[in-house]
Design a protein around this ligand. Structure first.
Ligand code: NAP
Length: 214
């Protein structure tokens, strides 16, 4: 389970008005597309689907398809995914994970619906991870907003972090960061990484490491 993040140098993912595209540069984004192509499954949240309208495929800089993850997964408790979401127009399977009481019909033949029990009123993420594992999908990438990113960190479901950092300052106490949830109160409880590597992408830096298990 790899959580991909993209932030400015001061840890922001958007401006205070919500503008977020693009914080990182073309080289970083090309690397993200390579990671998508290599992933077994790519998981996102309904917040990102609604706001960014991603296709969740891999493309080159001209926009030509270079591949895609075996499965694209949308976590969406109440089944809010619009039928015109661009990811549904791409070929390839989509797993639409909703809550146990949510009544939705797959909008296309490529979409499978899975219902999970609820944890704090939302999709049970641990169940999603187990389901992907049972399908033999082990290299899972999470590309989501702060809501789902915070939840997977809080639930201890992330093995690896891939954080792209752009040398820009956005500032503003209302500008969002990459990880919501309640966070920690003591620095001793911080999620720490080991085997950390960094690579430069035309001035952006990719920091990668594996989550230390206590
Ligand atoms: N910089 C980056 O790396 C990056 C990447 C992607 C997106 N973004 C930005 O993130 C923003 C969207 O953020 P977001 O937080 O709304 O989107 P998100 O994390 O993609 O989706 C959050 C939604 O997922 C659903 N969800 C289902 N089960 C959940 C669970 N167990 N825990 C948490 N959430 C669960 C919730 O909606 P329900 O309760 O309705 O299910 C929740 O509101 C956009 O502005 C986008 O541009 C940034």
């Amino acid at each position: 389970m790899t959580l991909k993040l993209a932030t400015s140098l001061d840890g922001k993912t958007a401006t205070r008005t919500g503008e977020s595209q693009w914080i990182t540069n073309e080289s970083s984004r090309a690397k993200v597309h390579e990671m998508r192509r290599q992933a077994d499954a790519l998981v996102t949240g309904i917040g990102t689907v609604v706001v960014d309208k991603p296709r969740l495929t891999a493309r080159d800089l001209e926009g030509n398809p270079t591949g895609r993850p075996l499965l694209r997964v949308v976590v969406d408790t109440d089944g809010r995914m619009p039928s015109d979401a661009p990811l549904l127009a791409e070929s390839g399977d989509v797993l639409w994970v909703v809550g146990e009481n949510t009544d939705v019909e797959p909008p296309t033949e490529s979409v499978m619906v899975h219902r999970t029990g609820l944890v704090d009123g939302k999709v049970d993420l641990e169940e999603v991870v187990k389901l992907l594992g049972s399908k033999g999908l082990h290299n899972v990438m999470i590309e989501a907003g702060a809501g789902l990113a915070g939840a997977v960190i809080q639930a201890g479901l992330v093995d690896k972090i891939s954080a792209f950092i752009a040398p820009k300052l956005i500032g503003g106490s209302d500008a969002p960061g990459p990880i919501a949830s309640t966070g920690i109160s003591s620095l001793g409880d911080a999620v720490r990484l080991k085997n950390v590597n960094h690579q430069a992408f035309d001035g952006d830096i990719l920091v990668e490491g594996y989550v230390v298990r206590n």
